[in-house]
Each structure stands twice: as C-alpha cells, then as structure tokens.
Design a protein around this ligand. Structure first.
Ligand SMILES: [Ca+2]
Ligand SMILES: [Ca+2]
Length: 363
C-alpha cells in the first residue's frame, strides 16, 4: 500500500497564503504636495519581499523651541526639525469602532487619556535620542533613533468567533501550544501605544560630536512595530540598500482595531508565526503518514489549520485611499526627562520600558 495524501481542495490557496504578497500598489499614491515617491527594495528573512514607499514633503511645519529641554544634548529645535524630515505618512484603517481614536494624556503616571482626536487625521508623538558613533569607511557617523508614537485610547481586539477558537485549539493542540495565551494577547484592552522608529545617521562635524544639521541625516533603517513583544509579533525592519536622504516619509498602514503598524496593506496578514504554522502542517502530515489519523481526520486538521492561520488570526485593514501626516506631532522628550506635558511616558507598565528597549545595536 502506498501513501498518497488525499487531495485537499485548498492546497494551492494555502500555499499561496503561507507566503502572502503584500499588495504594494496599495501604497503607491500621488502625493498632493509633491507627487513624488521613492522606492526601495528589500528581502526580509522569511518574510515576503515588499517595497515601502516614501513621499518627500510632510507639509507641516514643526513648532520650534530653544534649549535642550530633555537634557540629551540635542537642541529642541534640531530634534523637531529632524523628526519632521522623516515623520511617517499614515494609512489609517477605516471601520474603527465609534470613539476609538488617537489620544492625548494627562501629564502624569499612570498613563490616562485626556482627550481623543480623529482617527482622521492621525495624531503622533515622537522622541529623538542619541545612540552613539560608528566609523564606516573612514567616516565617523553619529546615529540617532527617532521613535514615532501613535497612541490610541483603546485597542478593540481581534474579533475571534467561537468557531475560530475551536479551529485554532485543534490546530495548535497538535503541537501542545495552549490557545489561551494567544487569545489574551490579541484581546481588547484600554490604551494602545503603537510606534514605528527610524535609525538615522550623519557624518560627525568633529570627533564624537553630533551634527545639528537635520539635512545631513539619512535613514539607515526603519522599524515597524506590530503586536510587539507578543506571541504574534509581526514587527519588521527595513534596511535600504543605500541610506535615504530626507525629507522622506515612509508610508505606514495601521491595522483596524489592533492598530499594528506595517509597511504595506495588512488586510489578512497572518499573525501566527510562520515557524509555528510550518510545525503544525508537518505534524499533520506525520500523523497521517504514520497512520495515526485517517484521511478524513487529515483533511479536518488541514481545514482547521488553514482556517485558523489564514482566516481567523489575521490583521484587518480597510483602505481609505489617503495617506496622512499626523496633524499634531509632539516631542515627548526622554523617558527620564519628559517634556511638553508628557510625563505619561514614565508609566512603567506602558511606554517607559518600550522607549528604553534597544531597536538597533551599533558595533
Ligand atoms: Ca534634546
Ligand atoms: Ca530627545
């Protein structure tokens, strides 16, 4: 008797779905200000190749201030100008629940919502912080990290039906992963601090001194945070072939309800990590090959895995057809020296550890 796997009608679609191609075209728009976009290619490990797009004019002047209010050695004026040169343009998903919006917060801990705005246009906060120096090809560069925060009053959670829960439990039960923790991680909750970040660098005007000329800086890497530090973490890094001069504004998609940040349209983007999905499919095949499950059970397990991975536990996004710069952009200062009424970033259960978490390491 030969082992021939029973035909499964959605095999092809499953294979395609395991390596979904982000819909690049979704983010190529004519910009009202300049009509210009620059494109960069990248290959990102086991993720699909995709092409972030950039526009070149944020169209909003950032208020300037003197001094160095957050005490990090970078003048306020410079921080604001630099952040403005690279501020993202956001595609905010349609279909948010009424009342779910970008928020401002009281100048205190714990982080507490003061007012809500939008979600159109978005509202953002940023932090510019020194990272150190590195010498490449005989030129010393000063590196800065810019966090761009999109802070919501709440996360409405991923809608997971009872049927979806059962399919997920069936699929993950095969490999001994309890679903409770995953479902907790994608459940609704008050507050929703999301972000992207940019690593920029400029040649130093003198040894180990940062340039305070914003126009001298270029993007070396971009980070998009999605379900950061959870089982379903989909955060990604983009490393351009050549550093990107400003002004350059990466276009980001913010998923519905969860507000995860992507370089592309994340509609139906699978959240269960590829390695877990592959182990589940391999296990199903092994069980069938060794005769532990019969043809019917084999198909039932495949159906459960397909449904759970590619229909249930996925992000959602409704394109509104516009990319928008944040209407208000506020410099939060540093975690240990907040400015502009942003002491809420010191909440130890929310932004404080997030802002201190390293995103890039200089060698
Ligand atoms: Ca400063
Ligand atoms: Ca700063």
């Amino acid at each position: 008797m030969t082992n021939v796997a029973p035909t499964y009608v959605s095999q092809a679609s499953r294979d395609a779905a395991q390596n979904p191609k982000p819909t690049q075209d979704t983010f190529v728009y004519a910009n009202g200000a300049t009509g210009q976009y620059l494109k960069y290619n990248l290959a990102l490990g086991n993720l699909s190749t995709f092409t972030p797009s950039f526009s070149t004019n944020s169209g909003l002047a950032t208020p300037l201030g003197g001094g160095d209010a957050d005490g990090d050695g970078l003048p306020d004026t410079f921080e604001n100008q630099l952040a403005d040169l690279f501020t993202p343009a956001y595609h905010v998903s349609g279909g948010e629940q009424p009342g779910t919006s970008f928020a401002t917060f009281f100048d205190s801990v714990p982080q507490t919502v003061a007012e809500v705005f939008g979600p159109n246009p978005p509202r953002s906060y940023f932090r510019v912080t020194p990272m150190g120096f590195a010498t490449l090809s005989g030129t010393q560069y000063g590196f800065l990290r810019i966090d761009y925060l999109t802070l919501w009053n709440r996360d409405d959670g991923l809608a997971v039906s009872t049927s979806c829960r059962l399919q997920l439990a069936l699929a993950l039960g095969l490999v001994g992963i309890p679903v409770g923790q995953i479902l907790d991680g994608i459940a609704d909750h008050p507050l929703d601090n999301e972000r992207s970040a940019v690593l920029v660098a400029a040649p130093t005007p003198s040894p180990s001194t940062y340039s305070f000329d914003p126009n001298a800086y270029r993007i070396w890497s971009i980070y998009s945070s999605a379900h950061e530090n959870t089982f379903t973490d989909q955060s990604m890094y983009f490393f351009p072939d050549q550093p990107i001069p400003g002004p350059a504004h990466v276009l980001l998609g913010l998923s519905r309800a969860k507000h995860a940040t992507y370089f592309f349209n994340p509609e139906r983007w699978p959240l269960i990590p590829p390695i877990v999905r592959n182990i589940v499919y391999a296990t199903i095949t092994d069980l069938w090959l060794s005769g532990i499950i019969d043809d019917l059970e084999y198909l039932a397990y495949l159906f459960a895995a397909d449904t759970a991975f590619f229909s249930c536990i996925v992000d959602h996004f409704q394109e509104q057809g516009i990319d928008q710069y944040a209407e208000a952009r506020t410099n939060v200062g540093e975690p240990n020296q907040p400015i502009n009424g942003c002491h809420f970033i010191q909440d130890p259960n929310h932004l404080y550890p997030v802002l201190l978490r390293p995103l890039w390491q200089l060698n």
